[in-house]
Design a protein around this ligand. Sequence first.
Ligand SMILES: [Zn+2]
Length: 122
Amino acid sequence: MGKAQVSAAGGMVRQLCPRCREGKIFRRSGFLLPAMYECCPACGLKFEREEGYFLGAMYIGYGLALAAISLLAVLLWAAMRWPFQKTVIGGVLLFLPMAPFLTVMARVLWIYLDQAVDPDQT
Ligand SMILES: [Zn+2]
């Protein structure tokens, strides 16, 4: 316990609590819906502060998904020179296996952002 040893970036990558950076946010990196702890197992920070709290994470998720699909489509186009529609569909299909990971990262980003702007004092 004590002062945070892990940087914010390190905490995000390892999916640790934004306040103490010791407790984990997720029980396991689950499929489709990540299984979260309600509170930090180490310091007791409540992750889901209110009903609908993770709506913001969904918007981050959409943004990340769009960026990832665009990038994949560009790479695909550079490699295959497919027509536009086929390239976009290919990008979406390549993206799908990454979606659960992206959902998890969007939530982690959201919690970190929220705690940076409005830290929980309890
Ligand atoms: Zn904590």
